[in-house]
Design a binder for this molecule. Structure first.
Ligand SMILES: NC(=O)C1=CN([C@@H]2O[C@H](COP(=O)(O)OP(=O)(O)OC[C@H]3O[C@@H](n4cnc5c(N)ncnc54)[C@H](OP(=O)(O)O)[C@@H]3O)[C@@H](O)[C@H]2O)C=CC1
Ligand SMILES: O=C(CO)[C@H](O)[C@H](O)COP(=O)(O)O
Length: 507
């Protein structure tokens, strides 16, 4: 690659010939791009279009040239694009400091592209990874690139294909210095709610990808709870998919209003695309796949010692669904309840499920926010929990009306011990608990698995009980392994001489 030179505040002097050969520009396109996107599959293509639609000149590149050509052929009229053949051309096409967004397959592909770009970029340039990277990888990459004088910004981007085009929720990590330059561009393409961008600087190095990982974990829990609601209403009440679509549509006008509830109604209302009157849902194989962000959330939560039981149950429920061989083997061998559960008041049961769903959802979000706080402490990030709720109000998959309540709760009390003790949320779960208990009991009687509802209710009960059986476990640990116990009425750790005179020794 031929090196570029830049005058302070000016544009880089370029070797004319090489640039003309390498990149394709529309006649009106400025000479230099504001930002680049490499990786033009579903997400990258739409992100590039979003940037161009918002007035930024975008250098676009993809390993396989065809995607770049398709983008230019179909969308060149939407804004200013500079199509690049190689990463060297991307670097040549950019204003300084150069800003490159990498939107390629997470993992080895991302590492490969980052390594190539690191060789081409210069101190002060900003390399952004917008894929679903593990935050530990982002910390590693940030540290390695910092040594070369480059800014690395690991960024969570949520909203799927449609969000990337029309306004995603963006969760950038990296330095505050990098955010000063990059932030205004990202804020200009993010979703906006009440005039506030759904994008803010999350914290240093891997903080952005950590928060995106927890976002996805909550997404898993939320979807599992919706799935359990569907299963209960269909199995216990015998509702049809059309009737269920209507119920979810109604729920979407109240406290549960959210993108996931809205699209649940759409999925349930859909017919088999191959024709006939059958519902689409009945033709879909009941095995949930996963790319891994939910699993990562649970793995890290275990390390942090943060109970995220709602997310864990959601990940395990996906695993159970995928074990076809075990499920097949259980058919006709494992028996369900002998009697069908009769529900006296179906409308009341529908409302009970709605309340149980809302209460369980509050628990899942409370656990997710606890995990962000624990991660911030462990990795020394200064993460504003209210700001995270603010940027999740729009653009992302878990966008929901009640995120405003979460924002208010953390703005009022930043060190809230748990979202569940905020007055609004405490009232919600307290008032919902009778319905919640009826739903879990009915599910057990009817033989409908509700690991999400059950785990959420158990967590609620564990938090509110003044005594837990943990005392007995401590006694057992001390008996079999001299692991000691603490007393309710004295400071210090103690051991009881279980096989001797049963006297107590302070350790
Ligand atoms: N899809 C979604 O809804 C969401 C995706 N994400 C994340 O965004 C990123 C992009 O996702 P998506 O658009 O779905 O694309 P994919 O994850 O399907 O990745 C395909 C893209 O990666 C490129 N690529 C793969 N390996 C390499 C490599 N070794 N070198 C160079 N390029 C490579 C491909 O290039 P080529 O065309 O040459 O094969 C193509 O552009 C991923 O990290 C994903 O996890 C985040 C939020 C939502
Ligand atoms: O990142 C996302 C949204 O924010 C994707 O929707 C997520 O990757 C989907 O995950 P999975 O395939 O594991 O269900």
């Amino acid at each position: 690659m031929t090196e570029t030179t830049t005058e302070p505040g000016g544009t880089a002097a370029q070797p004319e010939q090489s640039e003309k050969e390498a990149s394709v520009q529309t006649p009106e396109t400025p000479d230099k791009a504001d930002i680049a996107v490499t990786g033009l599959a579903t997400m990258g293509r739409n992100l590039a279009r979003n940037l161009a639609r918002n007035g930024h000149t975008v250098a676009v590149h993809n390993r396989t040239r065809k995607r770049t050509d398709t983008l230019i052929a179909e969308y060149a009229t939407e804004g200013n694009f500079i199509a690049c053949e190689s990463l060297s051309d991307v670097v040549r096409a950019l204003k300084r400091p150069r800003k490159v967004i990498v939107m390629v397959q997470a993992g080895a592909g991302t590492d490969e592209v980052i390594d190539q770009l690191a060789e081409l970029l210069e101190p002060g340039d900003i390399l952004v990874d917008g894929g679903n990277a593990h935050f530990i990888d982002s910390r590693r990459r940030e540290s390695a690139l910092r040594e070369r004088g480059l800014h690395f910004v690991g960024t969570g981007i949520s909203g799927g294909e449609e969000g990337a085009l029309n306004g995603p929720s963006i969760m950038p990590g990296g330095t505050a210095e990098a955010y000063k330059t990059l932030g205004p561009i990202l804020e200009s393409i993010s979703a906006q709610v009440d005039g506030t961008p759904c994008c803010t600087h999350v914290g240093a190095d891997g903080a952005g990808h950590f928060v995106k990982m927890v976002h996805n974990g909550i997404e898993y829990a939320d979807m599992q709870l919706i799935g359990e609601s569907y299963d209960l209403l269909r199995t216990v009440l015998g509702k049809t998919p059309e009737e269920l679509a209507e119920i979810f549509r109604t729920w979407n006008t109240g406290d549960l209003e959210s993108f996931l509830i809205e699209i649940t109604a759409d999925v349930l209302a859909a017919k088999d695309p191959r024709g006939g009157d059958g519902a689409f849902i009945d033709k879909v194989l009941d095995q949930t796949e996963q790319k891994g962000t939910g699993r990562w959330t649970v793995q890290i939560a275990l390390d942090l010692g943060t109970p995220v039981s709602g997310i864990a149950e959601a990940v395990f429920a996906r695993s159970v669904s995928g074990h076809a061989e075990q499920r097949d083997a259980a058919q006709g061998v494992l028996e369900g309840p002998s009697e069908k559960v009769a529900v006296d008041n179906p409308d009341q049961f529908v409302d009970d499920v709605r309340r149980a769903l809302y209460a369980s959802k509050v628990v899942a979000y409370a656990q997710g926010f606890d995990m962000i706080r624990a991660g911030a402490e462990a990795y020394d990030w200064n993460i504003d929990l209210g700001a995270m709720a603010t940027i999740w109000r729009g653009g992302c998959i878990i966008r929901a009306r009640f995120l405003d309540r979460i924002r208010e709760a953390y703005e009022k009390t930043p060190d809230l011990p748990s979202l569940l003790v905020d007055p609004y949320f405490a009232r919600t779960v307290n008032e919902g608990q009778e319905a919640w208990r009826r739903v879990v009991a009915t599910a057990a009687a009817a033989g409908v698995p509700v690991p999400g509802f059950g785990a959420a209710l158990s967590y609620f009960d564990a938090l509110r009980r003044d005594r837990l059986p943990a005392a007995l476990l401590q006694g057992l640990r001390d008996l079999f392994g001299a692991h000691t116990y603490r007393r309710t009425d004295a400071e210090g750790s103690f051991h009881l001489e279980w096989s001797g005179d049963r006297s107590e020794t302070e350790i």
